[in-house]
Design a binder for this molecule. Sequence first.
Ligand code: ARG
Length: 465
Amino acid sequence: MSEKPWDGRFSDRTDTSVEAFTSSIQTDKRLYPYDIEGSVAHCRMLAKVGVITHEEAGELAEGLWRIKRELDQGNFKFSDSLEDIHMHIEARLLQEVGKVAQKLHTARSRNDQVALDARMFLRDATGQTIGRLQDLRKVLVALAEQHTDTVLPGYTHLQRAQPVLLAHHFMAYYEMFSRDAERFADSLKRTNVMPLGAAALAGTTYPIDRAYTAELLNFPAICANSMDAVGDRDFMLEFLAAASICMVHLSRLCEELVLWSSAEFRFIELADAFATGSSIMPQKKNPDIPELIRGKTGRVFGDLVALLTLMKSLPMAYNRDMQEDKPPLFDAVDTLSACLDIMIKMLPTIQVKIQTMRQAASVGFLNATDMADYLVGQGVAFRAAHGIVGQAVAYALSQGKELNELSLEELKKFSKVIQEDLFERLTLEQIIARRQSAGGTSQENVRAAVAAAKEGLAGTGIAST
Ligand code: ARG
């Protein structure tokens, strides 16, 4: 049990059960580098405007850096009675530099302090996330580059639909993760705003210079309204929303890796180093990594919903409820980072079964649309062509054949305009090559998309920055 900053107002000591219940130190201790950096900037600002002397600011800053080293080395003793990281550091500073430490909290509240720490933490985490996404996008582009000749079935409703290039499939994920990177970069604009100086909620009577604090801490802007500065957690919600969408994308990729590595598909084989076995079934090779990423997606959604629910209907400005923001925030940051990191390592190691993919794309009438398009080229209206090919498919099914395995005579029964040149049109090569509409799967398009992506990734990789 330690002395509390509010002891003046209270005649009874805090019950130890209350200390345990209200403490957040085990969670928020990871904010310490930001808390210290923020406090040092605050001291320098206070000295600049004459609220404390430069000498005092120097003593405070030196003490704070010493405490940072202690924390870096893991020698710091934490206790529930000091509630959170802010009070721990302030209390330690008093032992370190003596009475001058009592000036540190002038013109400041833990309300604006914790908002500052969270924003500094999250702008770092967001930058790292964008970096990881950049790496993942590079991996996808490299895979696409290797597979501009690999054909697999494209699916709708998980039914074989039309052949596509595997490169095109990978580049679809590239697009998703590129949007994610842009979303994070956009949210960063609103995270990167400096709340300190709002104090408890109303601002302060001291002649503080918030722009100077912002400059010292490398913030391009300050929060415009002191109540919003301490009451706002939109920046966290935006990160969590972007993280949730990114996890959706990861989960879809993972689902395909799980399906593709099954005996039913056999499109890929995972590297031994990135798969696990069974404790009972000797033959098993399980895709646990994609399964776990798929599972962790639910966790990140939970983090978003937890924070949305926490913030819903909170009256202005700061409420202690908001201390509960950090567990979901940290969990989402950690979970997303771990998922991206392992995906970046695992994806380049998959072995693609090019022949199995091609075989799958050759069976199941994936060329039916192309036969209809051929008929349109011969002057048949598309709807009529669709009906003709539908009949041909039904007939081929009854014969246990593919459309391209029927004879010209058999095919001519369905339409007189069909000629020998139809067979060429039904080959995988033609089906792919002719899909030259913008964004379509022709080699030409896909190679251009890969080249453009490589060029983009050489810079920041984000169109908006
Ligand atoms: N540990 C608190 C939090 O994370 C810091 C702010 C506390 N403010 C207060 N007035 N009790 O939200």
